[in-house]
Design a protein around this ligand. Structure first.
Ligand code: GZL
Ligand code: ZN
Length: 352
């Protein structure tokens, strides 16, 4: 009995082993050397704090897909620099081909970028800037000219007030700033402050960080309303999500936003939701900040893969959108920029 059982077992094992080997022969030829190596990209993203950030992440993820020849390792730092530094070290450990960093703030990157350089991994910076002692620590940067964004917004306010016959009136402004130390905050605040310096009738009542989020924007606006109430003429929000929060606070306090209201709201990002509020007049002007960096970074990597050289810094072109057509063009540092009135068609024509 035992012998027969052993014989059956041996036959079964033999059949099993043959079947397994057989599977190997079935392997499609593409599994072997002909498969194109994927380029591995480690992307350290700031977080998910705003609609703009979501659009930026989407652009990166849809660009760095396997279908496009990439393996993307994505890390969301929840707006903490320590998490970004840990992510970069992790990418170095994994020996990725490229590191892409969207830095939460400008300073504190020298050490970890030196580690990436020592590991021979090119670093591409997107969106905000890094302030490093040696710019060989990164290969390329692509993003917005934030100071120009701020100057455009201030230039629009100047023209808007003049068109409304208020060019000489006292104007009280509050600035709900972005994440302190982020290039977008630094540039947008600087643009407004330059406008205030150039106009003795512009009063900057307060600058308070709304951290680029809706919740913080609402909280900050609530306290500004308690402090200044209807003295406020202009609410300068350094991104759309802060504007959404500020508008909620203003309306909850019984005030009306808009050209025919108690105060106007200015914003940045021109996200889809921000443009919808600009169409309705809740936001009176929205200065564009384009988040679609995926294709721009892919272009840089494609060039580097071919052994080419890339621009150290590349600014993206951006517009400015308004509720009404009282201002159709502005001049900043001698250059004219068109102001586009928001319509349904303008919103439909945009991809984010
Ligand atoms: C700007 C980007 C800012 C956006 C905010 O390029 O860094 O961060 O303006 C986002 O919406 O949070
Ligand atoms: Zn002026």
């Amino acid at each position: 009995m035992l012998k027969r059982f052993t014989a059956v077992l041996m036959i079964f094992c033999l059949v099993f082993v043959l079947a397994a080997c057989g599977d190997k022969k079935e392997a499609t030829p593409s599994d072997s050397s002909s498969a194109k190596e994927l380029i591995t990209v480690g992307f350290s993203q700031v977080g998910a704090e705003s609609d703009w950030r979501t659009a930026n992440t989407e652009s990166m993820k849809s660009t760095f897909s396997e279908a496009n020849g990439f393996e993307l390792i994505f890390d969301d730092a929840q707006q903490k620099q320590d998490n970004q530094i840990a992510a970069i070290r992790n990418f170095i450990q994994q020996e990725v081909d490229y590191i892409v960093l969207a830095p939460v703030t400008e300073t504190g990157w020298d050490t970890v970028l030196q580690e990436a350089k020592d590991a021979g991994i090119p670093v591409i910076i997107v969106d905000r800037m890094v302030d490093v002692s040696d710019d060989s620590l990164y290969t390329a940067w692509v993003g917005s000219n934030f100071e120009l964004e701020g100057k455009k917004a201030a230039g629009w306010l100047d023209a808007y007030l003049k068109a409304a016959g208020k060019g000489e009136e006292e104007v009280n402004i509050v600035d709900i700033q972005g994440t302190i130390g982020a290039s977008a905050q630094i540039g947008r605040t600087a643009g407004l402050e330059a406008g205030v310096a150039a106009h003795s009738n512009w009063k900057l009542l307060a600058k308070v960080s709304g951290e680029f989020t809706q919740a913080k924007g609402q909280e900050v606006m609530e306290s500004l309303l308690k402090q200044y109430g209807d003295q406020i003429d202009v609410v300068y929000c350094e991104n759309d999500n802060e504007a959404f929060g500020a508008i909620d606070a203003i309306e909850a306090a019984g005030y009306k936003v808009g050209s025919d209201g108690d105060m106007i709201v200015m914003s940045f990002d021109s996200t889809n939701a921000g443009m919808t509020d600009t169409l309705s007049g809740k936001i009176t002007v929205n200065t564009e900040c384009n988040p679609l960096h995926g294709p721009r970074v892919q272009e840089i990597i494609d060039t580097l893969q071919k052994g080419g050289t890339v621009d150290k810094q590349k600014f993206v072109d951006e517009g400015i959108f308004s509720y009404d057509n009282s201002v159709t063009s502005i001049k900043v540092d001698g250059t004219d920029y068109p102001v586009t009135q928001v319509t349904d068609e303008v919103i439909k024509a945009r991809s984010y």
